[in-house]
Write a protein that binds this ligand. Structure first.
Ligand SMILES: C[S@@+](CC[C@H](N)C(=O)[O-])C[C@H]1O[C@@H](n2cnc3c(N)ncnc32)[C@H](O)[C@@H]1O
Length: 281
């Protein structure tokens, strides 16, 4: 058994490999504590006395429920409104203008945006707020010309996102008072998102290991703050597959700490005064 942990090296390896095979999340040995803190309650709840037993029980469970709960527990769901600001400013000031041109010229009928790891909804709902505000200033466009698909592997975060209800802490993180007053209604301790903004987003449970083609061609992909949890090989694979679902010259937005360097040459890096974004070649 390693120091400061109740997990034996062999069972850590088994569980680590199982998690990576199931969802791509790569857990290094230094993160053994993370596995322990996140899976111990589940281990006890499932009537197991060790991580090895939990692993075996999950393997034997044909319903895959235990596997899904392991994945759910191992995901990091940190998010906030308008995270990093620049992707949303670039959308508003650069990308939507281009999309407008394509829609008005009849080159395309719809703009499709995929938010690939949407967590509790702040990212796709920030996007729907940006689009909604853009439409208020651009009357030649219609709401039904924009589709936002938000996916995540974790059923817990999807459930929260679909409700569009946030507590006091979540509502203050990244959201201005103006937008809060405009798009949320307070109901005791809960802030409820306006249905106009909420209904612009369609949520779906989706594992980034699965085939992207079923999601259809996309104009813009937000794949932010999720690749950091994956191995280098899986990062490359996800980026390659995103490049294939993007329309020619479609856009990719990554998290502020993420970059394509060493992972993909399928995109051009675009530098804007507000930040970086990528365009498929
Ligand atoms: C840190 S959050 C990022 C949320 C949002 N994109 C942002 O930047 O604020 C990472 C999300 O990725 C999801 N995730 C992790 N592995 C995934 C996978 N294999 N497929 C789909 N979603 C995954 C997690 O459930 C989590 O909600």
């Amino acid at each position: 058994m390693s120091q400061n942990t109740n997990i034996f090296p062999k069972e850590f390896q088994l569980m680590r490999d199982y998690i990576e095979e199931s969802c791509g999340i790569h857990i290094t040995h230094e993160k053994i504590y993370l596995m322990e803190t996140r899976l111990t309650t589940l281990m006890i709840e499932c009537g197991c006395e060790s991580f090895f037993e939990l692993y075996k029980k999950s393997q034997e469970d044909k319903t895959l429920k235990i596997r899904d709960r392991i994945i759910d527990a191992m995901t990091t769901n940190e998010t906030l409104w308008f995270r990093d600001e620049s992707p949303f400013a670039i959308m508003e000031e650069v990308v939507l203008d281009q999309m407008k041109e394509r829609l008005l010229s009849g080159k395309q009928q719809k703009v499709r945006i995929w938010c690939a790891a949407s967590s509790t909804g702040q990212e796709p709902f920030s996007l729907s707020i940006v689009i909604h505000e853009y439409l208020q200033k651009n009357h030649s466009l219609r709401k039904d010309q924009f589709e936002i698909l938000a996916t995540d592997i974790s059923p817990t975060v999807l459930y929260l996102a679909m409700a569009g209800r946030y507590d006091h802490i979540a509502i203050t993180r990244g959201l201005s008072d103006r937008l809060k007053e405009r798009y949320f209604k307070r109901n005791n301790r809960v802030w409820e998102l306006d249905s106009t903004i909420k209904n612009m987003v369609r949520f779906k449970k989706f594992n980034l290991q699965d085939e992207f083609a079923i999601l259809g061609t996309q104009d813009i992909v937000f794949c932010r703050n999720v690749l950091i949890y994956f191995s280098d090989a899986f990062k490359k694979d996800v980026l390659k597959r995103i490049s294939r679902v993007l329309r020619p010259q479609g856009y990719l937005f990554l998290g502020a700490s993420e970059s394509l360097i060493n992972y993909s040459s399928d995109y051009d890096m675009l530098r804007d005064s507000r930040g970086l974004f990528y365009q498929v070649k």
